[in-house]
Design a protein around this ligand. Structure first.
Ligand SMILES: Cc1cc2nc3c(=O)[nH]c(=O)nc-3n(C[C@H](O)[C@H](O)[C@H](O)COP(=O)(O)OP(=O)(O)OC[C@H]3O[C@@H](n4cnc5c(N)ncnc54)[C@H](O)[C@@H]3O)c2cc1C
Length: 420
């Protein structure tokens, strides 16, 4: 509810009741079948669930300030015009870091300082030349590497910073949260539309918590890189002496290796693979999780790698909102029996054909089952003998229980298409 603050909630077998406080202080109750707590690092939903964060907390306390400074961009002595950078790391003992925002008139500075007021002097010190500016905002933030013990309890789920906190170095916080949102949203839609089986919602924690965990590791690696070159700073660094010159040269050499680590995160961003998911056909082995490089593979659990189908149309653009069976190459058979099993469950499915040899060569299999979120649920060179088993698995209806999860936590309802 826009403008109302979440206070607390209760849940029962049929839904979740939340107490919200309006701006005028009055309260109201809202009722829903499910709730997702995406209320940030200090998440009240997480606390109300009794879920703990584990890992390394409060590693560094910084202040962030926002400034308006119209003249700074044109006066930057580094680069030329559009060649000016957006991010400037200052070699000091205060972790100072200046970022150009939006239209080049707004700037944020992060630094370790005593109090809010000190952020004005810090801006002037970092810029090093008189400029007209206005400080619009100052706030405090902490560096954390923390992961929630659980991502779900009954009908309530956690997503985004409520479930995982990374250090911004590496830029993984928001995209990990967006990945959570995509995963939980299609599973909730499938459940509310009546065709999602109970394992669909159970799989949210299995699939997304491992990504949160791996991305925290990637963020630790990236921020250690930054810490390493920053540790080269020492008094005398800015001195106009041979010693000062030597210190600066040493730091530049270390930074040339270590700073790169903070930006090379493509494997973490697009190469992640869901392992041991109850929705994905078990295919033993699989490529290693490499967060700095992306080597496209069509292994089960990964996002279907991109390839161009027409000008400006990716294979990924053809899939969405439904499951898709992809037939690659010329030697393929009818998949009607698989389609019928999905239809029997009420799950939407389409069949897409890619007869040209290049697709078979690129993706290295004849058949793929891709989920609405583009992750590969199954692949093979031959059709499954038990198409019903594959459909049940991918839609969360498989009957074998996951030992780690308490199936009774999640209400089991037959899909609407089978009820009555
Ligand atoms: C300095 C800094 C730089 C960053 N840089 C990057 C980057 O380059 N790339 C990247 O991917 N990520 C970056 N991040 C991380 C990114 O900002 C977060 O991961 C992301 O904002 C998390 O989104 P969220 O929606 O989960 O939580 P939030 O953005 O924290 O949103 C939570 C929302 O819930 C609301 N809320 C909280 N409590 C209640 C309540 N009780 N009732 C109602 N509403 C409530 C809040 O008002 C807020 O609107 C950075 C973070 C910081 C601090």
């Amino acid at each position: 509810m826009y403008g109302a603050e979440f206070e607390t909630f209760t849940q029962d077998a049929f839904g979740v009741s939340t107490i919200l406080r309006r701006a005028d202080g009055s309260t109201m109750t809202a009722r829903a079948e499910y709730m997702v707590g995406c209320d940030g690092g200090a998440s009240r939903v997480r606390k109300a669930l009794g879920v703990s964060l584990r890992g390394e907390g409060n590693l560094l306390q910084l202040r962030q300030a926002l400034y308006r400074c119209d003249e700074l961009f044109d006066r930057l002595p580094i680069g030329d015009g559009p060649g000016h950078g957006r991010h400037y790391h200052i070699a000091d003992n205060q972790s100072s870091f200046l970022i150009m925002q939006d239209s080049t008139r707004h700037w944020t500075l992060h630094a370790v300082v005593e109090d809010d007021a000190a952020m004005a002097a810090q801006f002037e010190k970092v810029i090093g030349t008189p400029v007209k500016y206005e400080m619009l905002y100052v706030g405090e933030w902490k560096q954390n590497l923390l992961l929630a013990d659980r991502y779900a309890e009954g009908r309530v789920f956690l997503a985004g910073d409520a479930a995982h906190l990374v250090i911004p170095t590496g830029g993984l916080g928001m995209n990990t949260g967006v990945g959570d949102a995509i995963d939980i949203s299609w599973k909730l839609a499938a459940t509310l539309n009546g065709w999602g089986g109970p394992k669909l919602l159970q799989s949210y924690e299995v699939e997304r918590r491992q990504v949160g965990d791996r991305n925290i590791g990637a963020s630790r690696y990236a921020s250690n890189g930054r810490r390493r070159w920053r540790s080269q700073w020492t008094p005398g660094f800015n001195d106009d002496t041979a010693y000062g010159q030597q210190l600066r040269a040493n730091l530049a050499e270390v930074a040339d290796i270590e700073q790169r680590k903070t930006n090379e995160m493509i494997g973490a961003e697009v190469g992640y693979r869901y392992v041991d998911s109850p929705l994905i056909w078990d295919e033993p082995g699989g490529p290693e999780h490499l967060f700095r490089t992306y080597d496209p593979t069509a292994w089960t659990g990964v996002r279907l790698p991109h390839s161009w189908v027409h000008e400006n149309v990716s294979i990924n653009d053809l899939i969405g909102r439904t499951y898709a069976i992809l037939r690659m190459g010329r030697n393929v058979a009818s998949v009607d029996h698989i389609v019928n099993e999905f239809r029997r469950l009420g799950a939407p499915i389409t069949v897409l054909d890619f007869p040209e040899d290049r697709y078979r060569e690129l993706y290295k299999c004849n058949y793929f089952l891709v989920r609405p979120d583009l992750h590969i649920a199954w692949r093979s060179n031959s059709l499954p003998a038990e198409a019903g088993k594959l459909a049940a698995l991918a839609t969360g209806h498989a009957v074998d229980n996951m030992s780690r999860y308490h199936a009774a936590q999640y209400p089991t309802q037959p899909p609407k298409s089978l009820a009555s």
